[in-house]
Write a protein that binds this ligand. Sequence first.
Ligand code: FES
Length: 140
Amino acid sequence: MHIRNSWYVAATSDEVSADKPLGRRICNEAMVFFRGADGVAALEDFCPHRGAPLSLGFVREGSLVCGYHGLTMGCEGKAVSMPGQRVGGFPAIRRFPVAERYGFIWVWPGDPAQADVAAIPHLDWAVNPAGSITSPATIA
Ligand code: FES
C-alpha cells in the first residue's frame, strides 16, 4: 500500500537527458520520464500501440518515440504521429504531475487535481549548502 497523493523523488535531474527517456517504477506504477519542449514530462511507461515500454525508445524534438514501431507521444500522453498509420484511434496514456526542483525530478502518482508544487518539501541544504552544514571548525 502506497501513499499516492504525495511528491516522490523519481530521479536526479541529470538522469533525464535530452535524448533518452528514463523508466522508473514509483508506487508500483511504471513511469517514463523525458524532457519535452516545456520541461520534464512523466507518462505511463506503456505504448498504446502494442504495449512496449516507452522508456526503451528515444526523444526527438521534445516528443517521446516508441522504439518498437515509431509511435510518437506528446508530453500530454497523446499519440502525435506514427510512420504509415493514423493515430487518432489510440487512447491517451496516463500523465503524471511532475516538477524539477533542487536537482531532482519529483512526481505525483496520485490524483492530479491534488498535486501542488508548493507541497514539495523545502530542501535548504540544496539551495544553501554552506549554511546548513556545521563545519568541524565550529564544533567545540
Ligand atoms: S509498440 Fe510502440 S509503436 Fe508499436
